[in-house]
Design a protein around this ligand. Sequence first.
Ligand SMILES: O=C(O)CCC(=O)C(=O)O
Ligand SMILES: [Fe+2]
Length: 316
Amino acid sequence: VDEYADQCSQQTCLSLNIDEIDISKYINGTDEDRNEIALLFDKSFHNYGIVRLINHQVSSTNELFDKAKEFFSLDLKTKMNYFVDEFFGYKPSGSTSVANYNGEKKTTLSDSVECFLSLLDQYDNLPTEFQSIVPKYMNETKSVINSIHQIVDMALELDEDNSITKNYTNHDKPRFTLRIAKYLPNEQKINFGAHKDYLGFSLIENDHVSGLEIEVNNRWYQVIPKPNSLLLIGGEFIERWTNNYWISALHRVSSVTEPRYSAILFTAPDLSKIIDVLPCKKCLENHSSKKYEPVTGYDHLQSRDKAQAFNSNDDE
Ligand SMILES: O=C(O)CCC(=O)C(=O)O
Ligand SMILES: [Fe+2]
């Protein structure tokens, strides 16, 4: 059972004050503006592992959610035609137990959420509802991630050869996955179990329906939705790249009282690439030793996907 389940219910929960990163100011601002933004980004990821992006120029969100509502309202049999594999397509509610992501069986409950996973530039088998909007939304959010990677390179003082930007571009196929989800009201306290994301940065569109909670210093906080903003959190690659100098925040979705839609872009370099500590001074200063063994993105993702599959741990 999730040991924190009672700590934060929607009414009594503290809300986290999240630092805001102005993307348009980063792109159009002076060197001084950019420095200031990189410093704030560094501080926020060192202390909390989350920032809010404003003035970000992703304009197709409402259209995406309209289409998501259309798609998820189809009958289950039709949606199951899009059930493909763990990386692409429709996933019915109950097929994961994400709180078990790291193999430490934290819960026996399945997640009460259905979702559709799309991969960047692989649009041939999309449902009609998603055919025009998913490529558009993925291109818009990918360009926000490109700006984020530039901020990261500045914040961690990485030289060009070792930059995050280069990690994503010097291999042919960076891995961008869009998860469009619908959370369903139910009797459980938690709709989507506590977990860290597995890869690089995740860009979360916060719907007007609240539910997202994040753990900071062993306490759960509610994340209040704010119109026209996006949330950015770091997956486990961020801890590995920075040797825990930056935080990959534990987060979950608590029970919802009305259907909640969300869209999350997960990002990673080519999955054959080795994920290892970056030569970043700040990341190695306080810890003389490396905290993680190098791993390929593929092996890491495989182990997470296997552990989170509902009931997969029961067979062992
Ligand atoms: O729906 C949300 O707000 C967060 C979802 C999430 O944590 C995930 O898809 O990994
Ligand atoms: Fe997540």
